[in-house]
Design a protein around this ligand. Structure first.
Ligand SMILES: [Mg+2]
Length: 275
């Protein structure tokens, strides 16, 4: 005779679970915070406010600051661009361990003549930046408002230093990987101790910088999943997804604010603010 009651409670339970499932999609529920739904007008307004008070902003480089992928350019220098690009895309889709993908790609280039001299020549030949439109102005405006600007990349310092120089970002604010060579200038692996040499490298760098400088508001910009990690698995207050080169559905859906053009950021930052 107790049958109707459990049926009713089961229905009630299902209703509650259904509600939880619907709710579970929101970051507010998952992370227990009060941040608005990624991409919502409230989330975008929140990011705009944070951009004006950020202590530090962190830019991914490949397909964000520049339209290119540094390692593909290196591949081009050594005649293995197609093979390298295929490995890069495999790594981006998250199917390969980051370290393994990097070791494979570097070894492939070493097998095709990547020595210290060869890499230096490559940087000169392919290192001319193909900027994403507006990014140089964005960096300039952040500098003007007193926000520190960092480059954080899974790419290589050799390819990034010329970009950093043009953006007036000092080398100690460039976090990226390092190719190693032996005393004869032959390829000798890469620096595996580097935070960016492993999965989860970007959140790690942001955590390091927060500890070192006591930053309260940090914002990450990027086009890929490893960039969004700085927000979901790290201390970034916001993640701005950039789709000006490649639009990735997971980034478009998960970014607090997904932009197609850096002009959208310039429209928020104060113009002509004196130093
Ligand atoms: Mg990228």
């Amino acid at each position: 005779m107790a049958a109707p009651a459990p049926r009713r409670s089961r229905a009630a339970l299902l209703a509650v679970l259904g509600g939880l499932a619907a709710w579970g999609g929101s970051r507010a529920f998952l992370f227990g915070g009060s941040d608005p739904e990624p991409g919502s007008p409230e989330a975008i307004e929140r990011v705009k406010g944070l951009l004006l008070k950020a202590d530090a902003v962190f830019f991914d480089v490949d397909s964000t600051v520049v339209k290119t992928e540094g390692i593909d350019l290196m591949g081009k220098c050594f005649g293995v661009m197609k093979e390298i690009a295929a490995l890069t895309h495999k790594a981006m889709d998250g199917n390969v361990k980051f370290q393994d993908a990097m070791a494979d790609r570097l070894q492939l280039m070493a097998d095709h003549g990547m020595t210290r001299d060869g890499l230096e020549e490559c940087v000169v030949k392919e290192g001319v930046p193909q900027w994403s439109p507006g990014v140089q102005e964005v960096v300039k405006m952040f500098h003007k408002q007193g926000t520190e600007v960092y480059l954080v990349s899974g790419g290589f310092k050799n390819m990034l230093y010329p970009l950093a120089l043009e953006l007036h970002i000092p080398q100690d604010k460039v976090y990226a990987n390092e190719v190693l060579f032996d005393e004869n200038g032959e390829y000798a692996g890469f620096d595996r101790k580097n935070p960016t040499a492993a999965s989860g490298g970007k959140p790690k760098v942001l955590n390091m910088m927060r500890r070192k400088h006591g930053y309260k508001t940090m914002i990450m910009f990027g086009d890929g999943a490893t960039d969004m990690d700085a927000r979901t698995q790290g201390p970034a207050a916001a993640f701005v997804g950039y789709g000006g080169v490649t639009v990735r559905p997971n980034i478009k859906a998960g970014a607090d604010w997904f932009i197609q053009n850096f002009q959208e950021i310039l429209d928020v930052l104060p113009k002509g603010h004196a130093l």
